[in-house]
Design a protein around this ligand. Structure first.
Ligand SMILES: C[S@@+](CC[C@H](N)C(=O)[O-])C[C@H]1O[C@@H](n2cnc3c(N)ncnc32)[C@H](O)[C@@H]1O
Length: 317
C-alpha cells in the first residue's frame, strides 16, 4: 500500500446522490481503488457494498475498511467484467446500484514502479493487475502497423504513424525499458508545437488501454451491470476520456432503444427499454473541484436507472 499518495475521489457527492442509497440494499463498487466511494456509501447508508478491483494493492485498503464494516463490506480482487460471477459466489443475484470510476488510480499513476506515468522515470510496466505482458515486452515485440493503429485508435493521436516508426527505429538501437525513454521517443517524433498537454499523453493512454484490455472490460462490465441491477437500480459511470464516454453513452442508448438484435434491421421504437437515462448531458466537476483536484478536470458522470423490463442481454448464467 502506498500511503504517501494522496487520493481524492472524483465527483464524490454527485456519485453518492446518483446511487440513491437505500437501507439494507446491496451496491457494487466495480473500481474500488483506495475505497473512496465505498467508504462514502457505507457511511451514508446502512447498506452493503461488494467492491472489486483488479489491482493487487487494492486489497490492503479493503482490509482497513473491513475492520470498520465487517458485515457490510466484501472485497474481491478481479476484473469487473466478471462481477456477475463474483456476486453469484456470494449468493447475491440482484443489486440496487453499480458504480464504475474508470481508468487508473492516483497510486497507480504516481508510483514510479507501476510504469504508467510519463512524468516519472520508471520501468515500463503499465499493468493494473500486474499480470500478463508488460509495456516493455509489448513495445519491444509489436509490429509497426499494429502499434500505429493502437496509438491512433486508443489515443486519438494524429501523429500515430510517426510515433510508431520512431519507437521501432529506437528499439533497434537500444531496448526500450523505461517510461522516460518512451516519453522522449514519442515527444521527439512529434513536431514541436504549443500544447496544453504533454506530447506523450495520448500514446501512454493508448498503450495502457490496450495492455489492460480496457475497452472490452468496459463493454462487458456494463453488460454485467445491466443483468444484475434491480428495477429502479442505478448504473453510475465516471469516465475520463472520450473513448470511454462514447462507449458508456452508446451503451445507454442501446439499452434505451432495446436494439441488441441486428444493426441491419430498421431501428425499433422504444420498446421495453432496460434503462431510463437520467443524464441527457454528462455531469461535470465544478470549477471548485477542478481547482482542488486537477485530475477531476476531464471527468464525466453518466447515470441510468434500470427499468422493470427484462435484461436485453439475458440473465447472469
Ligand atoms: C480511478 S480508480 C478508482 C478510485 C476509487 N473510486 C476511489 O475512490 O478510491 C480506478 C480503479 O479501477 C481499477 N480498475 C480499472 N479497470 C478495472 C477492471 N476492468 N476491473 C477491475 N478493476 C479495474 C483500477 O485498478 C483502479 O484501482
Amino acid at each position: 500500500m502506498n500511503d504517501k499518495v494522496l487520493h481524492i475521489p472524483v465527483l464524490l457527492d454527485e456519485v453518492i446522490n446518483a446511487l440513491s442509497l437505500t437501507k439494507n440494499e446491496i451496491y457494487v463498487d466495480a473500481t474500488f481503488g483506495l475505497g473512496g466511494y465505498t467508504k462514502a456509501i457505507l457511511s451514508n447508508q446502512n447498506c452493503k457494498v461488494v467492491a472489486i478491483d483488479r489491482d493487487p494493492n487494492a486489497k490492503a485498503h479493503a482490509d482497513v475498511l473491513k475492520r470498520s464494516y465487517a458485515d457490510r463490506f466484501y472485497f474481491k480482487k478481479g476484473k469487473f467484467s466478471e462481477l456477475g460471477t463474483f456476486l453469484k459466489e456470494l449468493k447475491i443475484y440482484k443489486v440496487a446500484g453499480v458504480v464504475f470510476d474508470l481508468g487508473v488510480s492516483s497510486p497507480q499513476l504516481d508510483t514510479q514502479d507501476r510504469g504508467f506515468s510519463f512524468k516519472l522515470d520508471g520501468p515500463l510496466d503499465m499493468r493494473m493487475s500486474s499480470e500478463g505482458p508488460t509495456a516493455e515486452e509489448f513495445l519491444n515485440e509489436v509490429e509497426e502497423v499494429t502499434l500505429a493503429n493502437i496509438i491512433y485508435e486508443l489515443g486519438d493521436e494524429v501523429y500515430s504513424r510517426r510515433i510508431a516508426k520512431n519507437i521501432i527505429h529506437q528499439r533497434s538501437i537500444n531496448k526500450i525499458k523505461t517510461t522516460g525513454q518512451l516519453a522522449d521517443i514519442v515527444r521527439n517524433a512529434i513536431p514541436k508545437k504549443k500544447s496544453k498537454i504533454d506530447l506523450a499523453t495520448k500514446t501512454f493512454q493508448a498503450i495502457r488501454i490496450y495492455l489492460n484490455d480496457e475497452i472490452k472490460e468496459l463493454e462487458e462490465g456494463l453488460i454485467a451491470a445491466e443483468k444484475v441491477l434491480l428495477p429502479e437500480g442505478r448504473l453510475v459511470v465516471v469516465s475520463f476520456h472520450s473513448i470511454e464516454d462514447k462507449i458508456v453513452k452508446n451503451f445507454f442508448h442501446k439499452c434505451l432503444r432495446n436494439n441488441s438484435f441486428s444493426r441491419h434491421l430498421p431501428e425499433r421504437p422504444k420498446e421495453n427499454p432496460s434503462f431510463e437515462i437520467l443524464t441527457k448531458k454528462p455531469i461535470l466537476p465544478s470549477a471548485k473541484e477542478i481547482c482542488i483536484n486537477k485530475r477531476s478536470r476531464s471527468a464525466k458522470l453518466r447515470i441510468a436507472k434500470r427499468t422493470h423490463f427484462s435484461s436485453i442481454f439475458g440473465e447472469i448464467a
